[in-house]
Design a protein around this ligand. Structure first.
Ligand code: GLT
Ligand code: MN
Ligand code: MN
Length: 387
């Protein structure tokens, strides 16, 4: 019942299960895994697809003939396993050249280099069948405000994204661009900090229909925001192009923990939301095993992400079908036709009727919403003692 299958659309990045456990204070604790090996392992676990940065597959500086050999070998593994590559992204953060920004570097050579790298990654992704292109502006930020760069970065970013979308159009690539916000880390402050900031920015682009969001659980959560609310807004805007699932404690560095391992209630409502949203894209786990783990721990981590997702899906379904929950919700949303008539689109008549309306103020003020009972039921479903 909780066995992952390709139709669940679970995906992992090469950099997630391939994470070697390096942190700012400590060296790698695991060996780099061969991407072909990762493809076979993920397929065995019932995963749908594998995502990658250009450099996860093709190390920086690889000569063209070697590049083609790597891609050929990787494609063969995809064919053998049936695994897809739904999403690709350019690594615009590791190269020291990007230390003060990539697409928003003050140095036009760096901006041009980042743009070229993005186009090459789009070519690579097209070869692998990817249709989603993620842009994570990890280095597009600052520690020093005195440069005044904050006035210029929006224009640079717009120009780069418009260039990339036009290139996709020109090449006949099907890409939809999924922009991924994060408040900080690796920069002191990243310009595109939250879901809201990217949602607004998209509307200023030349081809807004090509652009959407790649929200990440950890990234909204680290600044204390409500990820479920953020995703709901993205869905409402028709902009959920991709999603990064993981877990995170508030006000900490980017932990990228196993999905559902910290904020179980938020994970429950996220799955509840996603599964009823009509979103059909990949469920990507952008997380990695703890640094304490060896390779076995990595696969336990990957299985855990998917298993927890499927358990939460079943729990949320059962919760929604519980007659007591249904009754509570029916009472919560009780619609009094007399009140409803005052609402809706503006008309002069409606405004006048509203001004004449007599409100049952005492009842309105006295009403209890029965949310303690409703929330306790959530807890009982999560604890597995009900449903
Ligand atoms: C990096 C980052 C992630 C992004 C990836 C895409 S790489 O691990 O922390 O949130 O999704 O570039
Ligand atoms: Mn991410
Ligand atoms: Mn993250």
């Amino acid at each position: 019942m909780y066995e992952p299958r390709p139709e669940h659309k679970f995906t992992f990045g090469l950099w997630t299960v391939g994470n070697v456990g390096r942190d700012p204070f400590g060296d790698a604790v695991r060996e780099r895994l061969d991407p072909v090996y990762v493809v076979h392992k993920l397929a065995e676990l019932g995963v749908y697809g594998v995502n990658l940065h250009d450099e996860d597959l093709i190390p920086r500086g690889t000569p063209p003939a070697e590049r083609d050999r790597i891609v050929h070998r990787f494609k063969k593994a995809l064919e053998e396993t049936g695994l897809k590559v739904p999403m690709v992204t350019a690594n615009l953060f590791s190269d020291p050249a990007f230390k003060d920004g990539a697409l928003t570097s003050p140095d036009p050579w760096v901006r041009a280099y980042a743009l070229r790298k993005s186009l090459e990654t789009m070519d690579l992704g097209a070869e692998l069948g990817a249709e989603i292109y993620v842009v994570w502006p990890g280095r597009e930020g600052a520690e020093v405000e005195a440069t005044g760069k904050v006035r210029k970065v929006w224009g640079w970013m717009r120009e780069a994204l418009d260039f990339m979308a036009a290139y996709a159009e020109d090449q006949g690539y099907p890409y939809r661009f999924a922009l991924e916000p994060k408040p900080n880390e690796p920069r002191g402050d990243i310009y595109f900090a939250t879901v809201g900031s990217f949602l607004a920015f998209i509307q200023t682009l030349a081809r807004p229909e090509r652009f959407g969001l790649n929200p990440e659980f950890a990234h909204e959560t680290m600044s204390g925001l409500n990820f479920v609310h953020a995703v709901a807004q993205v869905l409402e805007a028709g902009k959920l192009f991709h999603i990064d699932l993981n877990d995170q404690r508030m006000n900490r560095f980017d932990q990228d923990l196993r999905f559902g391992s910290e904020n179980l209630k938020a994970a429950f409502f996220l799955v509840d939301l996603l599964e009823h949203s009509g979103y059909e894209g990949p469920r990507h786990f952008d997380a990695h095993a703890l640094r304490t783990e060896d390779e076995e721990g990595v696969w336990a981590f990957a299985k855990g992400c998917m298993r927890t997702y499927l358990i939460l899906k079943e729990r949320a379904q059962a919760f929604r079908e519980d007659p007591e929950v249904r009754d509570l919700l029916a009472a919560y949303y009780r619609e009094d036709p007399e009140a409803v008539a005052y609402l809706g689109p503006y008309s002069r008549e409606r405004a006048e009727a509203l001004k004449r309306a007599e409100f049952p103020l005492e009842a309105m003020r006295k009403r209890g919403y029965d949310l303690e009972r409703l929330d306790q039921l959530v807890v009982e479903y999560l604890l597995g003692v009900r449903g």
